[in-house]
Design a protein around this ligand. Structure first.
Ligand SMILES: *Cc1c(COP(=O)(O)O)cnc(C)c1O
Length: 298
């Protein structure tokens, strides 16, 4: 039997969770949550990374940050996980599906322009199996029509496009740390924020619409409700689990790639016989072996 996925486990998770508990502060934004955010910001050169309760919630936060409302249109690939659409549909938006490219199975950038209308607000590229969409073209289109870009980088932790970490190219990037992904905190995710002007509102949305983050930094002496929001903070125990994996992120990535390469090699004869098609990774993309191998039957 071939396992669908074996979640990563480093052996340090229990020690770190114990530390989180001993700190007597296992709610959100504790020591390990901060360590994880800093790791992501430093390694991926992103202005701000906030841990969330899931990638779905990270995408919901992006939708709130972009003031998505009833009647707005959001362009995304027809081939993706349900969350990409859910996050915008819950804000009342209309999802406009665009077909995928046969090679990378990602959003076909040549079909985006014809799907744009006066109501279009956002393009959501999904980096399927950790292989990047054609981001230069997508960013150019977004600029031309004044649209936002939210990268669904749920599967793309550690992958790059022209040397840039996926999730850091658009206005917002959403990562998943669900157990089926390459790095896990059980349930969880992160939102990457490119523009420093969006940080304060993102913190408010993530903290039930309050300015509690500012309060904890000592910038104000009382906290209060200021705007719409929800509760998107994960427990510090989950962050502790994740941090054990971030510490050896490169090793985990290499291990994934080794498995991927082995499958690729062993399946190559079947491709030569015309029975299956193996994944194509464009030269400018570095992938992360998210699915050990991804192939289509011909
Ligand atoms: C896994 C996944 C999600 C959802 O991630 P959660 O952390 O479970 O919310 C969203 N989009 C894609 C493409 C995914 O693969």
């Amino acid at each position: 039997m071939i396992n669908f996925n074996i979640p990563p486990y480093t052996g340090k998770e229990t020690e770190y969770i114990k530390k989180a508990i001993e700190n007597h502060k296992i709610c959100g934004d504790g020591i390990f949550t901060k360590k994880c955010s800093e790791w992501l910001e430093e390694n991926f050169h992103i202005t701000k990374a906030l841990l969330t309760t899931s990638c779905t919630h990270a995408t919901e936060m992006a939708a709130i940050l972009l003031n998505i409302k009833e009647g707005d249109e959001v362009i995304m690939p027809s081939y993706t996980f349900v969350s990409t659409a859910d996050a915008f549909v819950t804000r009342g938006a209309k999802v406009v599906f665009v077909d995928i490219r046969p090679d990378t199975m990602n959003l076909d950038e040549t079909l985006i322009e014809e799907a744009i209308t006066e109501k279009t607000k956002v393009i959501v590229p999904v980096h399927y199996a950790g292989v990047s969409c054609e981001m230069d073209t997508i960013m150019q289109i977004a600029k031309k029509y004044n649209l936002a870009v939210v990268e669904d980088a749920a599967q793309a932790m550690m992958s790059t496009y022209k040397g840039k970490a996926l999730g850091t190219i658009g206005d917002f990037g959403c990562i998943s740390f669900h157990e089926t992904k390459n790095y896990s905190m059980g349930e969880g995710g992160a939102i990457f924020i490119r523009d420093a002007n969006d940080i304060e509102r993102a913190e408010i949305i993530r903290e039930k619409g309050t300015n509690r983050s500012k309060f904890f930094r000592g910038q104000i002496d009382k906290y209060t409700w200021v705007n719409v929001g929800s509760s998107y903070l994960p427990s510090d125990m989950n962050a502790a689990y994740l941090y054990a994996q971030l510490e050896i992120a490169e090793e985990i990535n290499q291990n994934r790639l080794n498995s991927w390469n082995l499958y690729y090699k062993l399946l190559t004869p079947l491709e030569k016989e015309g029975k299956i098609a193996l994944p194509i990774v464009p030269n400018e993309c570095k992938q992360n072996g998210q699915w050990k191998v991804r192939f289509r039957f011909c």
